[in-house]
Design a protein around this ligand. Structure first.
Ligand code: ATP
Length: 229
């Protein structure tokens, strides 16, 4: 299993009114397979998640993934850490479904024809092969989210950070995406407002006001969150 470490990490972000603190000094050692990040809107969950693949840089402190420092070894960390956004539109950039998966595979499979075959295999393994030549824009929200996840997973990350991957989905698609996420063997950092999903993880962190205010078993942390709300 992977290991994600935060050593005394703070984040300040620039605004028109100057830098504002978004994450107070945080130290974490994340070794469990599935870790949920829960908490109110604007509490700092996405910021914490984005630190793990360098989408947000620590203002002070160090973020380390499997021994690699995110600030120093950024490219190597990004190869290890897959990131899935709430809105799949943020990561689906090619005109067709198969081209999009092929783009994810560009560093893994050099030959173009082979890459197309590999992309089709990926689509098949996620039940999306029938959509291969469809425009990405013609897909439903659920299909788009599955495709985005398939593209990220095709690169073979050892950690998947998923930032509210089911927020835009209906009940059935939430179940499909959740089933996929919980079938993975990789480490999963799951930012979610869906407390049922949080309860299925091995560990949960409650973030509030830029601080981790509870950390432990999902049962305890979710109960604590419900009491505070
Ligand atoms: N690029 C930025 N510049 C300035 N402030 C930012 C930036 N990104 C986030 N923030 C602020 O940092 C705080 C934490 O935001 P973050 O997105 O991490 O919260 P969150 O817990 O993920 O919220 P939500 O549940 O609504 O997605 C918020 O007050 C937000 O306005």
């Amino acid at each position: 299993m992977s290991r994600v470490e935060l050593h005394d990490v703070t984040v300040r972000l620039p605004t028109v009114d100057g830098d504002v603190p978004v994450l107070e000094a945080t130290t974490l050692d994340l070794t469990e397979q599935r870790i949920a990040l829960i908490g109110p809107n604007g509490s700092g969950k996405s910021t914490l998640a984005r630190l793990v693949n360098g989408l947000v840089a620590a203002t002070t402190g160090r973020v380390v993934v499997d021994g690699l420092d995110v600030a120093r070894d950024g490219a190597a960390v990004r190869r290890r850490v897959g990131f899935c956004f709430t809105d799949p539109a943020a990561q689906l950039v090619m005109p067709t479904v198969i081209e999009d998966v092929a783009l994810s595979l560009r560093r893994h499979v050099r030959d173009k024809a082979e890459r197309r075959r590999a992309a089709l295999d990926v689509l098949e393994s996620h039940g999306l092969a029938a959509l291969a030549d469809r425009s990405v824009h013609s897909l439903s929200g659920g299909q788009r989210q599955l495709l985005a996840l398939a593209g990220v997973l095709a690169t073979g990350p050892s950690v998947l950070v998923a930032d509210e991957p089911t927020t835009l989905l209906d009940l059935r698609n939430t179940r499909t995406v959740a089933d996929l996420l919980f079938s993975l063997t990789q480490q999963l950092l799951l930012v979610t407002h869906d407390l049922e999903l949080a309860l299925r993880c091995e560990r949960a962190l409650l973030v509030d006001g830029g601080r981790v205010v509870a950390d432990g078993s999902p049962d305890d942390v979710v109960a604590h969150y419900r009491e505070r709300a």
